[in-house]
Design a binder for this molecule. Structure first.
Ligand SMILES: Cc1cc2nc3c(=O)[nH]c(=O)nc-3n(C[C@H](O)[C@H](O)[C@H](O)COP(=O)(O)OP(=O)(O)OC[C@H]3O[C@@H](n4cnc5c(N)ncnc54)[C@H](O)[C@@H]3O)c2cc1C
Length: 286
C-alpha cells in the first residue's frame, strides 16, 4: 500500500510528490500525458528560465526530477477511485493500486462533447456518473457515450442494472466489451431529442435509437468525474478545498487547475506544495 497516490504529473502533481517523497512517504504518481502544460509552446513567465522553456520540456523535466527522487511514476489512465479499508483503491487501465491518501492534480475539466441536446437534458436523462445514477435506469435502455477505458468502466457499472446497454462511440473505434445485453454503435451522433426528458438519439445518417438515458464518458475521467463518484464537493465543476488543499472527504486532497483560481504554473506549484505538506500532516496525525 502506498502512503499517497497522486493523480497527475503536471506542475501541481509533481510538486506535491516532491514534498511527500522527501517527507518520507511512499509516493506513486499516475499520469496519462494529457497536461495543459504540454500545449504551451513557450513559457516565459515562470521563475528561473532565462530564455523561456517549452511546456512539453518542462512537463517531462518534472517527471524526470520525480523519478530521480525515487518516486514511482506510471503512465496509465486512472478510471476509478474507490474508498476501501484503510484508504483508497485506484484502478487504472492496467492495474489496481492501494493508498492511504489521494492527491487529485488532474488539471482542468475536460470539455463536454459538443453534441446538441447534452446540456438541455442534463438531469433529464443525461448523466455523468454510472455508479451514482445507474440505479434510476433499472431494466431500461441506456447509452454510454465514449469508446476508451473510462467508457468501458462506466458501461461495466451499468451492465447488470439496465436491460439494454448501447455504447455509442460517435465515430471512434469500437471498445472491447462483452455482455448479452450490450450493443456497440459507431455512427456519428447528430443530437439527443426528447420532450422534457431524453427519448432518442439521432444520427447523421438519418436513423435514430430510442433510449431512456445516456451516460457521458468520452475521453478519460477528469476531476469532476472522480469527485461525483467519491462525494467530493464541487464549486462550479472545480474541486472545493480548504486552506490545506483538503477536500470534504478525509484523506483526499486536490491542487492545481482542478481546484480553480488562476490557471498558471506558479499557482499550481504553490498548491502542490501545500497539498504535499497537508498529506504529510494528515498521515502523521491519523
Ligand atoms: C496553451 C496553453 C498555454 C499556457 N501557457 C502558460 C504560461 O505561459 N504560463 C503559465 O504559467 N501557465 C500557462 N498555461 C497554464 C498551465 O499549463 C497550467 O496552469 C498548469 O499546467 C496546471 O498544472 P496542473 O498540474 O494543475 O495540471 P496539468 O498540467 O493540466 O496536469 C494534469 C495532469 O493530470 C493527468 N490526468 C488527468 N486525468 C487523468 C486520468 N484520468 N488518469 C491519469 N492521469 C490523468 C494528466 O495526464 C496530467 O499529468 C498554459 C496552458 C495552456 C493550455
Amino acid at each position: 500500500m502506498y502512503d499517497t497516490i497522486i493523480i497527475g504529473a503536471g506542475p501541481a502533481g509533481i510538486t506535491a510528490g516532491i514534498y511527500t517523497q522527501r517527507g518520507n512517504l511512499e509516493t506513486l504518481i499516475i499520469h496519462n500525458c494529457e497536461s495543459a502544460l504540454q500545449k504551451a509552446t513557450k513559457i516565459e513567465n515562470y521563475y528561473g528560465f532565462i530564455d523561456g522553456i517549452t511546456g512539453d520540456k518542462l512537463y517531462f523535466n518534472g517527471i524526470k526530477q520525480a523519478e530521480k527522487l525515487g518516486i514511482d511514476v506510471k503512465n496509465e489512465e486512472v478510471i476509478k477511485i474507490e474508498p476501501c479499508a484503510d484508504g483508497f483503491k485506484v484502478t487504472t487501465n492496467i492495474k489496481t493500486y492501494l493508498s492511504k491518501s489521494i492527491i487529485l492534480a488532474t488539471g482542468t475539466k475536460k470539455k463536454t462533447p459538443q453534441i446538441k441536446g447534452i446540456k438541455e437534458f442534463e438531469g433529464k436523462g443525461i448523466s455523468y456518473c454510472a455508479i451514482c445514477d445507474g440505479f434510476f435506469y433499472k431494466d431500461k435502455t441506456v447509452a454510454v457515450i465514449g469508446s476508451g477505458s473510462y467508457a468501458v468502466s462506466e458501461a461495466n457499472d451499468l451492465i447488470n442494472i439496465v436491460s439494454k446497454l448501447i455504447i455509442l462511440t460517435n465515430g471512434a473505434e469500437k471498445p472491447q466489451i462483452r455482455g448479452d445485453n450490450v450493443e456497440i454503435n459507431s455512427k456519428t451522433i447528430k443530437e439527443f431529442v426528447g420532450n422534457n426528458k431524453i427519448e432518442k438519439v439521432e444520427f447523421n445518417d438519418g436513423t435514430d435509437l430510442q433510449i431512456d438515458g445516456a451516460f457521458i464518458a468520452q475521453g478519460s475521467a477528469d476531476s469532476s468525474d472522480f469527485a461525483r463518484k467519491l462525494g467530493i464537493i464541487l464549486n462550479d465543476s472545480k474541486i472545493k478545498v480548504n486552506e490545506n488543499m483538503e477536500t470534504n472527504i478525509k484523506g483526499i486532497f486536490a491542487c492545481g487547475d482542478c481546484i480553480g483560481g488562476t490557471l498558471q504554473i506558479s499557482k499550481a506549484v504553490d498548491d502542490g506544495m501545500i497539498a504535499g505538506l497537508g498529506v504529510i500532516r494528515y498521515l502523521k496525525n491519523k
